[in-house]
Design a protein around this ligand. Sequence first.
Ligand code: C2G
Length: 151
Amino acid sequence: MKTVITYGTFDLFHIGHVRLLRRLRELGDRLVVGCSTDEFNATKGKRSVMPYDQRVEILEACRYVDKVFPENDWDQKPDDIEREQADIFAMGDDWVGKFDHLADQVEVVYLPRTQDISTTDVRQLVKSLHTEQVEEIKSAIDHLSGLISKL
Ligand code: C2G
């Protein structure tokens, strides 16, 4: 039983996350994921749109994920690797080199990120859609005001 371990925020779950988790699961027989808590994200200077419990529920619903546990700090990885008996530690390659120190415990793998998608992109897209809708409503109000003024 080969276990793969990874970590992340997985906010606004998107195709980049799905493709990474699928590739990670294909590296072994079991995939366990450390999901960053809201408190830990605050130390990363990140505030996720979705709260921790929702991000966990979405990860647990993903067919490639076998177990989700909280990631509370940077230093828990060696204990997690031991507890989960992980054989491979893997992340997207935006983290390349950052976790090489774990190589004395596990095989460390960095996989290419999925291009042209990120949580920030999704957040910007939603924001732009909202802005468009606000503008449409404003012009409808202006149009109606014009009609009313002619009554
Ligand atoms: N990812 C990817 N392709 C994308 C976006 C993300 O492959 N287009 C990968 C990242 O490389 C990472 C994982 O998906 O391996 C989760 O990404 P984030 O949720 O952004 O995780 P992050 O906030 O970087 O937290 O201790 C490690 C940290 O918890 C990682």
